[in-house]
Design a protein around this ligand. Structure first.
Ligand code: HEM
Length: 165
């Protein structure tokens, strides 16, 4: 396996931990998962560092100039490059605002901005699927995440309605 791909898979695994911990914490009420959820800021930073290393090590190994990123042919969503690029671009504001100063500054907008995590996750999943077609490692976890997310959403909704009554 190319060296850059160790970083790439580490990025995908940490991203899965981040997105799955939220609905799992709501559904299972397990302390360990709640603890992971509380540490997701740090896991997010590790994920971001892994993505940057994946791209940089790939560019160095295959002598690909980062100028390629600014070429219109790169942003083709019929190819894996466009989706990888979209994931990378959505990751930047998430990384920059992953600190207490940004939370204080952005107030309620910080939570809104955090929703970009879903776009980052979906674009990354499509990118990886388009590279190697490894559906058990991409489409299956994405489908599990979607199911858990919808389930946790309706569970929280019914809890809120009970409190109101
Ligand atoms: C600008 C952003 C990105 C670029 C330029 C890029 C580029 C690439 C390239 C060229 C490959 C194929 C490498 C090879 O076959 O040796 C690849 C594979 C991969 N990328 Fe990315 N990538 C980007 C973003 C991401 C992101 C955000 C993630 C995950 C969070 C990711 C995860 C992966 C994984 C797991 C593979 C391996 C797929 C396989 O083994 O079948 N990449 N990427």
């Amino acid at each position: 396996m190319d060296f850059n791909l160790y970083f790439a898979w580490a990025a995908w695994i940490t991203l899965l931990i981040i997105v799955l911990s939220r609905p799992l914490a709501d559904l299972l009420q397990v302390k360990f998962i709640r603890k992971i959820q509380l540490k997701r800021k740090w896991i997010g930073l590790i994920c971001g560092a892994m993505v940057v290393l994946h791209v940089v090590v790939y560019s160095i190994t295959f002598s690909v100039s980062l100028k390629f990123f600014f070429d219109s042919s790169y942003w083709d969503f019929a190819k894996f490059t466009g989706w990888g690029g979209l994931a990378f671009v959505t990751m930047i504001p998430l990384l920059l605002t992953s600190n207490n100063y940004a939370i204080r500054l952005l107030k309620r907008n910080w939570k809104r901005l955090q929703r970009l995590t879903y776009l980052f996750f979906i674009a990354s999943g499509i990118h990886i699927y388009m590279v190697g077609g490894k559906w058990p490692l991409t489409l299956v976890p994405m489908a599990i995440w979607l199911t858990l997310w919808v389930w946790a959403y309706f569970l929280n909704l019914s809890k809120r309605n009970k409190v109101k009554q």
